[in-house]
Structure formats: C-alpha cells, structure tokens
Ligand binder design. Structure first.
Ligand code: ADP
Length: 540
C-alpha cells in the first residue's frame, strides 16, 4: 500500500517539530508541514494530501477558516482535517470545527497515545477508502467488459438470425419448387409406375424438408427466436388424427398401432398445438423407425386436474430395439444417436429428441425416456394444459386438393418471383383457378407492371434481385392513385422467422404465405383478401 501524505499546519515551528516527532513512529506516512495557511493551501493543491492536522489559533486565517477553504474546493475536499487546539473542549468549538468540515479534534497538550491512535485509525480509514475506490474501478472495468461481451453476443445473435433467414430462403425456395411440381404431377394423368415415382419423390422431398426444418428449429430455439403460440384446439381430434396417420404407416411395416385415450381428458384445450404435435410425432416416428415387430402405443393420460388446469402425460411405447443405458443418458442432446451403428443402419440426424427436449422446456413440460435394450422403449412428455370450452367457430375442416377448388371469375394476378421453378408452379396453380397470370423477376419490374396495367392481386416474393419485394410493396402503398395503392398483396416468404413475416405486414402486405406452402392455403388467402365468395366451404 502506498504511503499517505500528512500535512501539519501550525504557526509555531516548535509545535510542528514535536507533533512530527510524535507521529514518526507511524509507518507509511510522509509528513509535510507549514507555518503559513496560504502556503499550506498551495501544498494541498499541489500534493496528494490525505490528512491535515490543523492548528485552530493562527493569525490571518484561523484553523476553522482554513478547513472551510479546503472543503469548498473539489481538489481538496477529500482531505480529512483534524483540528489541533488548546481551546476548551466546549461544545460550541467542537461544533464549529465539525461544521467547517473537520473530522476530529486533538487537544493540546497532546496525549501521545491518543494522537497516534487517532491518526492511525484515520490512515486505516483512508486505506479502506483507497481499496474501495480500486474495487470500484475494477467493477467499472468488468462492467464495461460485460457490456462489450453482451454487445458482441447480440451482434453474433443478429448475424445468426440473418444467416438463418438467408439459409431458410435459399433452401426452402428450391424445395418449394420441387414439392409444388410434385403436387401438380399428382393431379396429372399418370400410369401406375409414374405414380410410384412421384410418391417416392414426394417422400424424399418431404424428408428433406423435415431435416431442414429440424436444423432451422434447433438454431431458432438456441438463439431464443422460437415463439410458443397458444391457441384453442380439439385435443381429442388431434390424437385421433395421429391414429389415422400412423396406423397406416405402422401397418405398412406390419406393426400394430394403438391409441389409448383417458376418458377424463379435456376435449378442447388452449396450448401450442403445432409444438405438441411435433413432440408426439417425433416420438412415434422414432418408434416406427426403431421397431421391426410388435406394437406401438400412444397413451394419453390425465394425471391430475386442478380447476381448468390438466396435467397430461403423452407417452409412446414400443417393442423395438431399445436403447442401452449408457446411450439413454445422451439421446436428448443434439446430434446424439444411440450408437454409431444406428446412423449407418437407420440414418437420421440425432436432432429430433434434442428439439423435443428444448420444446418441452419452452412449453414448461418434461420429457423422459425409459428403455430395456432389446425389448422396447417408452418416451413421454408431461405438461399442464388448460381446458377451454368449445370454440363456436370450430367448423369441420374440409380437405380438398387444389385442383378440386372452384374457379375464380378471371382474376388478374401479377407474380413477382425470381425463381423460375416457383413462378412456373405458381402460374400453373393460379391458371387452374382461372387466373390470368403475368410473371416478373424482380420488384422493380413488378412496380412498372403495376403502374402500367391493372391487376386484382399481386403475389410478391420477398427476396429478389434489383428491388426486393418489401421495397416494391412500400412504393405500391405510396402510389398516388388510391384505387391502385390498395391492391391486395400476398408476400411469399421462405423465411421461418416471425419478425420477417411481421415485417411484411408492416410494409403493407395483406397476407403472408410461407414456403413451401400448401396450394389450398394460398387459395384460402386469395379468397380472403380479395373478398371473394368462399364456395368451397373452407375454414379460414
Ligand atoms: P435421429 O432419430 O434422427 O437419429 P433422435 O434425436 O430422434 O435422432 O434420436 C436420437 C437417438 O435416440 C436415435 O438415434 C436412437 O438411437 C435413439 N432412439 C430414439 N427413439 C428410439 C426408440 N423409440 N427406440 C430405440 N432407439 C431410439
């Protein structure tokens, strides 16, 4: 610790000498002295003085005035002043000294022990203060470093978000094209062999989309961008739908598939239907993948009820290959698979259960797995779900192929899309519904076309060269002709990011459709925003 500078101010030299001698036993101090208050003030200004022992009775400036001067200046106000006086210990002097800013008094004749004890205690206090200042500096520095690290993390998160948006656009755009063409081919006149090829193509592209969605999902969750969306839905219908879809797949593998539904389950609930579906589908798909003979059961139980809150367990049990105990601990981690042989034999990315685990945390639920190697496994998800009353708008959904939908009464549609496969597919769909279609390859061309010709609807891709879809929409919404500026616009976004979809609404889109989309969804959106009659009884 550095030595402390101590000032002695006394108009009598002999007093200075005796006080200096007294204090000389205290280590770590430099004694500086003066008989002249004005010179002492200068010393305080020029040197880093920590303690001042000030004589009270001096000609010109007395000790009280001197201390008051020290305290009134920011450069010297920190100095601890101790008044040294031969005056009586009367309260009025004490108060005057303290009012002027002194911290203590020493009375003449000086008692050596008391003087040394007081000065030593103030030196200790100063050292503690110095330490506090040092700690505060360090704290301030680590605060700055933390802010910097936070900014860097935020920057990295933003870069990841941009990368995700681009990736999802780049990958989903061609898949959208492939799946759209598959859709179109399915309704063409094909021989049985060609139908088989198309079904294989359909399966392959659907699997590819699932993998891409998994990768995007895990990145979204890890960067905190996954949103949970609660909605009212029919839980029983969802579970029975699993029965329909997976029974067929199980039967194709000669496996039994059963659904066991607890009678006390609420029929209508408020929860994130999409994510619940994703978790259960993942369990069942895995069971299907890892089971060669026997049975797969989906068991849904109402474990506990508290008013309208139901604790429900969704368990999927199989008689498959099972999982070794050492692997069971790791399977909920990303990229982990039962053992290396699994990848070779069954394929897979090892992402499914990692997503399930993270989703279950977002949904405030719990996932667990039990397994006996060679005999079978059981995966379950337990969560609390709110029961709701039946939604009066809950009409029965009609499943239709896009070619079965009734035709529009000649709708003029401008399609702005730079990807040829997508624009070809969109044109085909729209023409099936009796639309007159004009395709352009970027936002600028769309804007020119919009200005020179009349259209009923614009389908606008978001990412395009030269001028993006967003810029074009902004220009359209600012057009001087009121009738033209209000043209219905649907943006086609390959982004999975909610904020990008939100941004589309903010620039003026009436609807957003994601890639790849179901043609029936596009039809629904067109019907809705162009205020057309819904002759197909499709629920919106
Ligand atoms: P993927 O199936 O894509 O490899 P998952 O995260 O869904 O990834 O599963 C991780 C691993 O857990 C699988 O590779 C497999 O070893 C094991 N596993 C998951 N479900 C089952 C099951 N029902 N039976 C046996 N093993 C399973």
């Amino acid at each position: 610790m550095s030595a402390i500078n101590l000032l002695i101010l006394d108009d009598k030299e002999e007093n200075i000498i005796s006080l200096s001698a007294l204090l000389s036993d205290i280590g770590d101090i430099n004694i500086i002295s003066s008989t002249d208050p004005n010179e002492a003030l200068k010393i305080c200004w020029m040197n880093d003085i920590s303690i001042a022992l000030v004589d009270v009775q001096m000609p010109e400036i007395n000790g009280f005035e001197f201390v008051a001067l020290l305290k009134s200046n920011s450069r010297t106000s920190h100095i601890m002043a101790i008044m040294v006086t031969a005056m009586s210990k009367e309260d009025k002097y004490l108060i005057r000294g303290l009012e002027s800013g002194a911290v203590d008094y020493l009375y003449k004749p000086l008692n050596p022990e008391i003087t040394i004890a007081k000065v030593t205690s103030f030196i200790k206090q100063i050292h503690i203060q110095e330490e506090i200042i040092q700690k505060n500096i360090e704290l301030e520095q680590s605060k700055k470093a933390l802010i910097q690290a936070n900014q860097e993390a935020e920057q990295a998160r933003r870069s990841k978000e941009i990368f995700l948006a681009n990736m999802s656009h780049e990958i989903r755009t061609p898949i959208n094209g492939i799946m759209g063409i598959v859709h179109m081919l399915k309704s063409a006149d094909l021989n049985p062999e060609q139908i088989d090829w198309i079904n294989r193509l359909d399966n392959a592209s659907s699997s590819l989309l699932l993998i891409i969605n998994d990768i995007l999902d895990i990145s979204k969750i890890d960067s905190g961008m996954m949103r949970i969306e609660f909605e009212d839905f029919d839980l029983e219908a969802m579970i029975l739908e699993f029965d329909k879809v997976f029974k067929l797949k199980a039967n194709n593998k000669n496996l039994e598939f059963e659904v066991i539904l607890d009678k006390t389950l609420p029929k209508y609930v408020k929860f994130d239907a999409l994510r619940l579906q994703q978790i259960i589908s993942n369990f069942i798909s895995n069971s299907l993948k890892f089971t060669e003979k026997g049975k797969i059961s989906l068991i849904v139980k109402n474990i506990d009820t508290n008013k309208d809150q139901h604790t429900i367990s969704f368990a999927v049990k199989d008689t498959g290959i099972g999982i070794k105990p050492e692997a069971l601990e790791k399977i909920f981690q990303a990229f982990e698979q039962g053992d290396d042989g699994i990848t070779k034999k069954f394929g897979g990315t090892g992402l499914g259960l990692a997503i399930v685990k993270r989703l279950s945390e977002l949904l405030e639920g719990n996932v667990s797995a039990k397994s006996t190697y060679g005999q079978g496994s059981e995966f379950s998800f337990v969560t609390t779900i709110q029961k709701v009353e039946r939604n009066i708008h809950d009409k029965e959904k009609v499943r239709l192929e896009y070619t079965q939908l009734s035709q529009f009464n000649t709708l003029k549609v401008l399609v702005a899309e730079d990807n040829e496969l997508n624009s070809f597919m969109l044109t085909h769909m729209l023409q099936t519904w009796n639309c007159k279609v004009k395709v352009v390859k970027n936002g600028l061309l769309a804007l020119e076309e919009f200005k020179t010709n009349d259209y009923d609807l614009i389908l606008m891709d978001t990412h395009m060269p030269i001028m993006s879809g967003f810029e074009a929409i902004r220009e359209i919404r600012n057009h001087h002709d009121r009738n033209k500026q209000n043209i219905p616009i649907i943006t086609i976004s390959a982004s999975v990011l909610e904020h990008e979809q939100q941004a589309a609404f903010e620039v003026g889109a009436d609807e957003v459709i994601g890639k790849p989309f179901n043609p029936v969804d596009l039809y629904k959106k067109i019907t809705k925003i162009c205020a057309l009659k819904n002759e197909n009884n499709i629920t919106f």
